[in-house]
Design a protein around this ligand. Sequence first.
Ligand code: SAM
Length: 266
Amino acid sequence: MLAKKQFGQNFITDKNLIAKIVSLLGEDKNQLIIEIGPGQGALTRLLIEKYQKVVAIEIDKDLEEILKTKFNSDNFELIMGDVLDFDLTSFLNNIKNSYNRVSIISNLPYYITSEIIFKTFYNCDKLEKAIFMTQKEVAQRITALVGENNYNNLSVAAELFSTKKYEFTVKKQMFNPIPKVDSAIISLDFQNQKFKMPISDKKVINEMTRQLFNNRRKTIYNNLGTYLGDKPKALKILQNLEIDPQKRPEVISSDEYVRIFENIRR
Ligand code: SAM
């Protein structure tokens, strides 16, 4: 079957690589694993062997029969559709308490990497961890620390809602077809979240940080002033929090972004 570019299809086949990725989910059998984009089932086969239940969500109708024929075991469920339309919140509410842990794994379709990661963060209170393959550069951004060049709103979100880790690089030659750039595996562990907040607040803080990183060359004062449409208010908030208004967005810590968010709401 020809890979479809519009669905971001780059398949993996190497058994050692597959085992290395899946091992990051841990050895507890009593887990429900949600796989986004099973493709031709490279990871799916091992997931079904290792874990109690696997629910896979795939958009490409041409893969439906292939997957159903390959995997007809009771612990596999295939949901055909766009993961961005999938109601993950209701799904997780309905299955709660049936499994020790629920985790997500995906060799992500790169064209919707951020959307899927944010969707995961919005539901991370009910998840154990997420193992994602992304483009290497994106993995570096997500796992960047404050003060590093590539620290951005995704790095902040990952820090607020998870313990993030750059696991390992995957050379582009490991994929079929071979993409333009290397990839990497990251893990996001949701057991010790720094900040617990409702989904509505997570959405607001993510949108705020996205806009505050809009213009990285400008100061936090300038960016916050633009976001609020009120420069004097921006200055007052930063002074209240004892954050130097001349600092750039990439040197503001995730704790400070939370304090800015809380201060705006007061
Ligand atoms: N898991 C397979 C592997 O590792 O070989 C395939 C990974 S491939 C990078 C991404 C997969 O996500 C493809 O199977 C693609 O059809 C699927 N996909 C793309 N967009 C999707 C969407 N919006 N919803 C669900 N699946 C999607």
